[in-house]
Ligand binder design. Structure first.
Ligand SMILES: [Zn+2]
Ligand SMILES: [Zn+2]
Length: 269
């Protein structure tokens, strides 16, 4: 079963009619589960509400590194929010020096706060890393993030950098960027990441894959991302779908996996 491991349903459209339609469109192309990711303490209740409404939506809690005009999260308060059974991960968190070069110290403190909260509740991290590779990986290491693991979401770096994240115990998730022909180093990473550490995502409403590039992204388009990664790896699409589904529920241990259909019961003699 294909899973969109990172989307922002509430940022595509907060109306529930639209979310209903988005999930149905995704289901029609085989996408069975969605991780809706929080970007601020303000939108965290909305994200949690979607997980409460839809059995196949999971939620996270966290404050994005580029949100500067928020109440700053503290470890205890974040851990309390993250302990909620509907919350399967802490994030998104991380470092973004591309858009946030003027508040690097704040980002680093906030990142450490998220890692400490994740360790306190023993839930995995969703890590955003942009133009900040060395600091991101160093802080993950210093704060012993490998105790809980997590995912390097929307991975946009090369294979040697992916290896460093894998060495810290992290999964690697590819977004629509992998479909851009210019992204050869990312495509090489998508070929090389071990099958059991691979995830795919849309990061909708951002970064629509080819052939939807430039339009608003939506969870159904994870189909194009998955099929591109399958082709790069020489895998059948169905095989890749099954692999990323298994990986998702292995990493996000408290996400509600779809009920398995029981094997046919053998009548006792
Ligand atoms: Zn991100
Ligand atoms: Zn995101």
């Amino acid at each position: 079963m294909l899973v969109d491991s990172h989307c922002h349903l509430d940022l595509i459209d907060p109306s529930l009619e639209r979310v209903d339609a988005l999930l149905q469109e995704a289901a029609a192309v085989g996408v069975g589960h969605f991780l809706c990711v929080s970007v601020s303490l303000a939108n965290a209740p909305v994200v949690r509400g979607l997980a409460a409404r839809y059995e196949n939506v999971s939620a996270s809690v966290g404050v994005h590194p580029n949100h500067v005009d928020q109440a700053e999260p503290q470890v205890a308060a974040l851990a309390e929010l993250a302990a909620d059974p509907l919350i399967v991960a802490v994030g998104e968190t991380g470092l973004d020096y591309h858009y946030g070069a003027d508040h690097i110290a704040l980002q680093q403190t906030r990142f450490r706060t998220h890692i400490r909260a994740a360790r306190e509740v023993c839930k995995p991290l969703i890590v955003h890393m942009r133009d900040a590779t060395d600091d991101t990986l160093r802080i993950l290491d210093e704060e012993r993030a490998s105790e809980v693991g997590g995912v390097m979401h929307c991975f946009t770096e090369d294979w040697p950098t992916a290896q460093r994240a894998l060495d810290l115990g992290f999964h690697v998730s590819f977004s629509g960027i992998v479909t851009f022909k210019s992204a050869e180093p990312i495509r090489e990473a998508a070929r090389q990441v071990p099958a059991e550490r691979l995830l795919v995502e849309t990061d909708a409403p951002y970064l629509a894959p080819v052939p939807h590039r430039g339009k608003q992204n939506q969870p159904a388009y994870v189909r194009q991302v998955a099929d591109c990664v399958a082709a790069l790896r020489g895998m059948a699409p169905a095989e890749l779908d099954a692999q990323v589904g298994r990986n998702f529920f292995a990493l996000f241990r408290t996400a509600r996996a779809p009920r398995l259909i029981p094997a046919q019961t053998v009548a006792s003699p």
